[in-house]
Design a protein around this ligand. Structure first.
Ligand SMILES: [Fe+2]
Length: 378
């Protein structure tokens, strides 16, 4: 086949340069809609990184974002790696250290993390991970925008080990900072006041309790938005109470959701098509496909939380006008009867009952009053 024919075939294949690179690495690639448990996911030996690892490229990632799991054996350090992009790392299991450095320009920094920590590896830094425990492996979840970068430059040498060191640092916060709480009044009042968490290092996503009401999505949900210095990457975490569920909504692709704590399920569906049920608990991961409705259900006895790692802003997929946002959310009173029946059935299976207020199903203007947690936040 001529080069021109190959190029034409590639144009329509949706097989991106990133897929080509992933497949050349010889480790498992997980596709589909969800990963039930990142702690037990089967990994394979990755020669280049000297560790066991696996790629996660679920349907909803659509070649926009990259996710992978790395395991560090007890007491071991992985080889240092210089990476040109920002990368979010969430600690699924274990305790360890990361050292980041960037040539002579910036001081070296070493920080300690544990299960449920999250941190950002800043672009153009060299990083090295160490497992501090001598008896248990570490598992890390990595998330970055590498597929888009490879669509632009195709050459992995631009991304790994590129000697470019970046511009001079302007502000200490750009280098490394422990997260701080920032509260902000947004110009767009329909979104209300938002709590922001700002920094490179977030010690415990399971314990963070400085959350603002996110009444718009129902179920007494509270959330916090997370931004990183000198980076366009962002994420948010939502907490919602036991025996309740949120409203269905939809948006763009690439958003990876991981569960720090809780028990429940989500349903995902393309408008008018069959629903996919995603069961979840701690360390589950799933990705709502582009513009599919999805809805989260807390079927356990305690508050549940999910951490949503955001794709580039270009893919958020919100309608441009505020009044159009209604088309991307289904109010409880308009939802398919099956949704309520399934939730009530799940409650019965567990010997508990739904706490959804009956008015939510009859009053289209029902406003959720934010109540304190039924039990202590976990
Ligand atoms: Fe969502």
């Amino acid at each position: 086949m001529s080069k021109a024919m190959q190029a034409e075939r590639k144009m329509w294949s949706k097989f991106y340069s990133y897929d080509e690179w992933m497949e050349s690495q010889g480790i498992p690639i997980y596709r589909g809609y969800y990963i039930e448990d990142l702690r037990t996911l089967e990994l394979g030996w990755w020669d280049a990184r000297e560790c066991n690892s696996a790629f996660i490229q679920l349907t909803g990632q659509e070649g926009v974002t990259s996710a992978r799991v790395t395991e560090i054996p007890p007491g071991k350090s992985l080889p240092p790696l210089k990476f040109a992009l920002d990368e979010i790392v969430y600690v699924v299991e274990g305790r360890g250290l990361t050292t980041i450095s960037a040539g002579e320009k910036r001081p070296k920094k070493t920080f300690e993390w544990q299960k449920h920590s999250m941190f950002l590896l800043p672009h153009n830094y060299t990083h090295q991970f160490t497992n501090m425990q001598g008896d248990k492996p570490v598992r890390l979840l990595h998330y970055n925008y590498m597929p888009l970068t490879l669509s632009g430059v195709r050459d992995v040498n631009y991304i790994f080990g590129n000697p470019y060191e970046g511009a001079d640092i302007q502000n200490e916060m750009d280098f490394y900072s422990e997260a701080k709480m920032v509260s902000q009044n947004l110009l767009d009042e329909s979104w209300g006041r938002r709590a922001y968490w700002y920094g490179n290092f977030f010690p415990d996503m399971k314990a963070w309790d400085k959350l603002d009401s996110n009444a718009r999505r129902g179920a007494g949900g509270r959330s916090v938005y997370i931004q990183f210095p000198d980076s366009e990457m962002s994420c948010h975490m939502s907490v919602f109470d036991a025996r309740l569920y949120k409203k269905a909504h939809r948006h763009g692709p690439g958003r990876v959701i991981v569960i720090p704590v809780g028990e429940g399920y989500s349903i995902m569906w393309e408008e008018g098509k069959e629903k996919v049920v995603v069961p979840w608990h701690e360390a589950s991961l799933f990705v709502p496909p582009n513009k599919w409705f999805h809805q989260h259900f807390n079927a356990g006895g305690d508050p549940a939380r999910y951490l949503a790692l955001h794709p580039p802003m270009q893919f958020h997929g919100h309608a441009e006008k505020v009044e159009d946002r209604a088309k991307d959310q289904i109010e409880y009173c308009n939802e398919d009867q099956w949704v309520r029946e399934k939730f009530e059935g799940e409650m019965t299976k567990r010997g508990i009952t739904s706490l959804m207020p009956p008015e939510a199903y009859s009053d289209p203007n029902f406003e959720w009053n934010w109540k304190p947690f039924l039990k202590g936040d976990n």
